[in-house]
Design a protein around this ligand. Structure first.
Ligand code: ATP
Length: 239
C-alpha cells in the first residue's frame, strides 16, 4: 500500500484546559474516502479543526503528504492541499457566490487562468451555482449554501477535502444530490474526510469509517463491515 496522504497518531486536542480528543489515530490513503461518525459532542468537529490548524494539538502527530503539520497554521495546510468545509457553511455575508469561490482560491499561486478554469468547473459540477453566481451567497437555500461551501473548499485545489456535516439541516433529496457530486469529485482524484451525523450517507460515501465516542476511536473498519456491526445498527441505523 502507498503511504497515507493523511496520517494522524496519538492526537489529543481540546479548548484551553478542557481536553476533548484523546489519543486518536487515523489515516486517509490517497484517493480514499473516510468518514468519522459518532454522537453529538463526541469530538469529531474538534478533530477536523485540529487537522486544519485552527486548533493546536495538545499532543500527537499529524502528517499530510509526508509533511509534519501538527504545529502549522491553517494557511500551510491549505497550501499543502488540505481544505476544510466547516460545519454551518460559514459563507461571507455581502459576498456573492463567485466572490466566495474566489476566496477559496486566495492562497493559490497558479495564476488567474487556472483559477478561472476551476470556477467554470465548479459551475459544471454545481449548475445551480452558475445560475446564482451574482447572488449574495448567504441569501440562498441551505442546500445551495452547502454547494457553495463545498465549491469554495474545492477552489483551493485540495488533495484532501474535509467536510463537516454535509447533510445537516438539508432535505434528503438535496443530500443525495450532494453525495452524487462528491462521488464525481472523488473520481477526479480528490480524497475525502467526512464528519457525518447521517450514518447511512457516511457508509455510502466512505470506504473506511471511524466511530468516535467521547473523544476516542472506539471502532474502525471498512464501511461494509461497520454497516453490519450490531452496535452500529442499533445506535445509528435503527434496524
Ligand atoms: P457535533 O456533531 O455536535 O458538532 P462533535 O462530535 O463534532 O459533535 P465537537 O463539536 O468536537 O463534537 O465537541 C466536542 C466537545 O468539545 C463537546 O463537549 C463540546 O461542548 C466541546 N467544545 C466544542 N467547542 C468548544 C469550544 N469552543 N470551547 C469549549 N468547548 C468546546
Amino acid at each position: 500500500m502507498s503511504a497515507p496522504l493523511l496520517q494522524v497518531s496519538g492526537l489529543q486536542s481540546g479548548y484551553g484546559d478542557v481536553q476533548v480528543v484523546w489519543n486518536v489515530d487515523l489515516a486517509v490513503q490517497p484517493g480514499a474516502a473516510v468518514a468519522l461518525i459518532g454522537s453529538n459532542g463526541a469530538g469529531k468537529t474538534t478533530i477536523l479543526r485540529t487537522l486544519s490548524g485552527l486548533l493546536r494539538p495538545l499532543a500527537g502527530r499529524i502528517t499530510f503528504g509526508g509533511e509534519d503539520i501538527a504545529d502549522s497554521p491553517p494557511a500551510t495546510a491549505v497550501q499543502l492541499g488540505l481544505s476544510h468545509v466547516p460545519e454551518g457553511r460559514r459563507l461571507i455575508t455581502g459576498l456573492n457566490v463567485e466572490d466566495n469561490l474566489m476566496l477559496g482560491a486566495y492562497l493559490r499561486r497558479d495564476g488567474r487562468a487556472a483559477i478561472r478554469a476551476d470556477i467554470e468547473r465548479m459551475y459544471e459540477l454545481f449548475p445551480r451555482l452558475a445560475e446564482r453566481r451574482r447572488q449574495d451567497a448567504t441569501t440562498m437555500s441551505g442546500g445551495e449554501q452547502q454547494m457553495c461551501a463545498i465549491a469554495r473548499g474545492l477552489m483551493a485545489a485540495p488533495r484532501l477535502l474535509m467536510i463537516d456535516e454535509l447533510s445537516l439541516g438539508l432535505a434528503p433529496a438535496i443530500v443525495d444530490q450532494l453525495a452524487e457530486t462528491l462521488k464525481t469529485v472523488r473520481n477526479g482524484g480528490t480524497s475525502l474526510l467526512l464528519v457525518e451525523q447521517d450514518v447511512e450517507i457516511a457508509l455510502e460515501l466512505a470506504d473506511h469509517v471511524y466511530v468516535i465516542d467521547q473523544g476516542r476511536t472506539v471502532l474502525d473498519g471498512p464501511s461494509a463491515l461497520i454497516a453490519n456491526e450490531p452496535s452500529i445498527r442499533e445506535a445509528y441505523i435503527g434496524s
